[in-house]
Ligand binder design. Structure first.
Ligand code: ADE
Length: 239
């Protein structure tokens, strides 16, 4: 059974988009995953197939109606054990561990909003998770959905080439990854770090670990604190 992505959107032409190319595209053609985009407008009301209305309480923008989302979810006929996710900057920040959990499951139903958002009641009653891909505002959830799908699909069995294992990469250990170098050994007057040319695998591994730690401490104090706390706890457990 392939991993099933179902996207509810006002712009179904945006899918699979870039995920129809490269690694994800080959996996799509090979049947490793599937991508169905459903037009929310099909559940729209009246002659104009309206999907949104003005917010109660006033304010700018429009809100997608709960009955429209409810009908669109029913129309998908996706099994109840497939997580439902609404992409929104108000959501819980997406992490690699969430991606791993989603990739291990049967697939995802992704709800993409435009306008101000979606009526809160349907998010609650249909148990829709709210997820953000970062602390910035996109013009709609579609590009966020593509980000989430890309992150999941590359983890599906057989999708990544042998050059990438998915084990040793940023976030999988809670640290950012060490820097990379290739030929030429001297470029623009700059040498590749000596240790990488030494053939000493233990020394290389130690250097990479130190680099990963320093870069994480510098760039991501949040990840660094969490990593230190985890190391402390594991050290305490080992003793
Ligand atoms: N929709 C608009 N901005 C978003 C974001 N940062 N994450 C997820 N969905 C969004």
């Amino acid at each position: 059974m392939s991993w099933q992505a179902t996207v509810l959107t006002l712009f179904p032409e945006m899918f699979p988009g870039p995920l129809g190319l490269s690694l994800a595209g080959r996996a799509l053609e090979g049947g490793v995953w599937s991508c169905t985009a459903q037009d929310l407008r099909e559940q729209g009301l009246g002659r104009h197939r309206a999907v949104d209305d003005s917010p109660f309480g006033g304010g700018a923008g429009m809100v997608i109606r709960p009955d429209v989302v409810d009908a669109a979810l029913d129309a998908t006929q996706v099994p109840a054990d497939v997580p439902r996710v609404f992409l929104t900057p108000r959501g819980r920040p997406l992490r690699q561990q969430d991606v791993q959990r989603y990739a291990q499951g049967p697939g995802l139903v992704l709800l993409c909003g435009r306008f101000e958002g979606v009526d809160e009641r349907v998010l609650q009653s249909r148990q829709i998770e709210q997820v953000s891909v970062g602390d910035y505002v996109l013009s709609g959830g579609e590009t966020a959905a593509l980000v989430l799908l890309d992150a999941c699909v590359r983890l599906l069995p057989g999708v990544m080439g042998s050059e990438e294992s998915g084990v040793e990469e940023s976030f999988s250990e809670g640290l950012l990854e060490y820097p990379h170098y290739t030929r030429p050994a001297v470029w623009d007057g700059q040498n590749v770090p000596e240790v990488l040319l030494s053939g000493n695998h233990a020394a290389i591994a130690a250097w990479r670990q130190t680099q990963a730690e320093e870069i994480t401490r510098e760039r991501r104090p949040d990840l660094w604190s969490a990593w230190l706390a985890r190391r402390e706890k594991n050290g305490a457990a080992a003793n």
